[in-house]
Ligand binder design. Structure first.
Ligand code: GAP
Length: 534
């Protein structure tokens, strides 16, 4: 049974890949030269799909909120950024070479990857002689300027997040935001993945949508509000409250992100929360939840939501020598009003947290103690380094999840009334590349064509419209079904008033999912469609 299911899932992927190529969603990069493993191009429909989902993310995460602002930073940054973030020293995957087939594989995925020589076997099962695993840094290197030397080495960013940390102070000072607030960014990221696979799922060039949401350390929250609100149970904790500690913020963002995915067509039943176990967490992380999606090739991560403590800003403070502390007037006012015992307790907790971080980063004990003491003293004066909650999603992975979810086949009558298999992408109207297609019933009737072009121009300011007059109407519907277009508008002889005055200036609107047709007056068409596309 399980084998049949997995064969079916594999076939689904094959059909989806073929559809994406046929309809212009996704092409292999540099295909005319044989392609480049791990690189993909988006065709006309794929480009629109990606634009729509990035737009939705931006609306949810930035425009519709008062407490998040945007950033658009460079891909190549000062190489010290990647030393501070830990990417130079630790951003690597374990790699093994096969001396027999000369393949290179991720050591932790040998049981999943087919052997290049004998694809019926996994690399872990084949007889090829393998080397011991060794770390392979995933960052792409480049040279800045005309001289190829070690000191001119720079990296293509492996994540968008670090630019947000590096620009934290500039944004804070110019945006009139106060903690808690976030900085959002969408942009390219590059990782020299050892084994890119599962279509676009693991690519070497991809896009990320990341939010760094800066919050008060719990000690500051307690000093100001007398207590730190913590989650009472699972589920969305409601609108943000000033007394929230990091756990509430973390849970809030996990639930917000799931709501976002639901709003663009991924059902909750296909999304899973994976709470990383303590031994899986990065040393600085207090918690991390992967939102996973049930892809046809397995349940895999779509997005990670990490509570990263004050690690990133602290690292940039140490490496750049620039203070990353913020001054919090509410904390400064609240502190002197606290009982001395509570002041002591909060300072001690803060001191221990800072000491732990500094010693883990290799500061000698004396220096770590003295720096941690300074930090604890600063807390009492209203200064701290903000903590961070980071929802980090991949655009390409999300596009793939949406396409997998949308792919469907059903039965529809052809021109002769016979039932045949219809391939349809049931994309949510919010992210569908084309919102409406407009057809004249016949392309050799100038009055029909003229009216259809007028309707195209009427709708264009409001949505992405596709005009098509080629081929039988049934075939035009099928093409739009495969493109995921939610509505098709047909201008026919009724529209021209040739079959009586009651239907003059009305059109047929055909629904992609139900295939039902509704007569709508042209004048009402923009609002009729907009209501259904929201
Ligand atoms: N700043 C945190 C960070 O980058 P990550 O889990 O490495 O965390 C976040 O990446 C998201 O970026 C992933 O959940 C995934 O959606 C996307 N992503 C990461 N590596 C990818 C790859 N090689 N190809 C496509 N998407 C990728």
């Amino acid at each position: 049974m399980a084998q049949a299911a997995s064969q079916q899932q594999q076939q689904l992927m094959e059909k989806l890949v073929a559809l994406c190529k046929r309809r212009g969603f996704i092409f292999p990069s540099s295909e005319i030269y044989g392609g480049l493993n791990g690189f993909w191009d988006y065709g006309p429909l794929g480009t629109e799909l990606k634009r729509n989902l990035k737009e939705q993310w931006w609306l949810w995460m930035t425009r519709w909120r008062d407490d998040v602002v945007g950033l658009d930073a460079t891909i190549i940054m000062h190489p010290r950024i990647w030393e501070a973030s830990g990417h130079v020293s630790t951003f690597s995957d374990p790699m093994v070479d096969c001396k027999t087939c000369k393949g290179r594989f991720r050591a932790d995925q040998l049981h999943e990857i087919p052997c290049p020589r004998k694809p019926s076997k996994r690399v872990s099962e084949c007889e090829g002689e393998k080397t011991e695993p060794r770390p392979f840094n995933l960052m792409f290197k480049t040279i800045v300027g005309p001289i190829e030397s070690e000191e001119n080495v720079a990296y293509l960013r492996p994540e968008t997040a670090q630019a947000i940390f590096a620009q934290f102070k500039n944004v804070l000072e110019t945006s009139r935001q106060k903690i808690p607030f976030g900085i959002a960014q969408i942009g390219k990221a590059f990782r020299n993945e050892v084994t890119p696979r599962n279509y676009t799922f693991r690519s070497r060039e991809f896009e990320q949508m990341e939010l760094e949401f800066f919050i008060r350390p719990d000690e500051a929250v307690e000093a100001i509000y007398g207590e730190v609100a913590r989650p009472a149970g699972p589920g969305h904790p409601g609108p943000p409250q000033p007394n929230w500690g990091w756990q509430m913020w973390h849970q809030y963002w996990v639930e917000e992100r799931i709501r976002f995915y639901e709003s663009i067509g991924l059902p909750r039943a296909k999304l899973e929360e994976y709470w990383q176990k303590p031994e899986e967490l990065a040393h600085y992380a207090r918690a991390c939840v992967d939102i996973q999606f049930q892809f046809p090739f397995g349940t895999q991560e779509l997005e990670g939501i990490a509570a990263r403590s004050d690690f990133d800003l602290s690292q940039h403070q140490r490496y750049s020598g620039r203070p990353m502390t913020v001054f919090d007037e509410e904390l400064r006012t609240a502190w002197p009003k606290l009982e001395p015992s509570r002041q002591q307790r909060l300072q001690e907790r803060y001191y221990q947290h800072r000491l732990g971080y500094l010693t883990r980063m290799g500061e000698p004990r004396d220096k770590a103690e003295s720096l941690a003491r300074q930090d604890a003293d600063l807390l009492a004066k209203g200064y701290y380094i903000p903590h961070v909650i980071e929802p980090s999603a991949g655009v390409d992975r999300l596009a793939l999840a949406l396409l997998c979810q949308a792919y469907d086949e059903d039965q529809a009558p052809n021109e002769k009334g016979e039932l045949e298999t219809r391939v349809v992408l049931r994309l949510h109207p919010r992210i569908a590349p084309v919102k409406v297609a407009v057809f004249p019933l016949l392309k050799n009737r100038p009055a029909l064509v003229e009216k259809a072009l007028q309707i195209r121009d009427l709708l264009r300011p409001w949505m992405n419209v596709f005009y098509d007059d080629a081929g039988a109407i049934g075939r035009r519907y099928r093409r739009q079904d495969e493109a995921g277009t939610p509505f098709c508008v047909t201008v026919d002889f009724e529209t021209l008033g040739e079959k009586g005055p009651e239907l003059k200036d009305t059109v047929t609107v055909r629904d992609r999912d139900t295939m039902q047709q509704t007569r709508v007056p042209i004048a009402e068409l923009p609002s009729w469609l907009q209501e259904r596309l929201r």
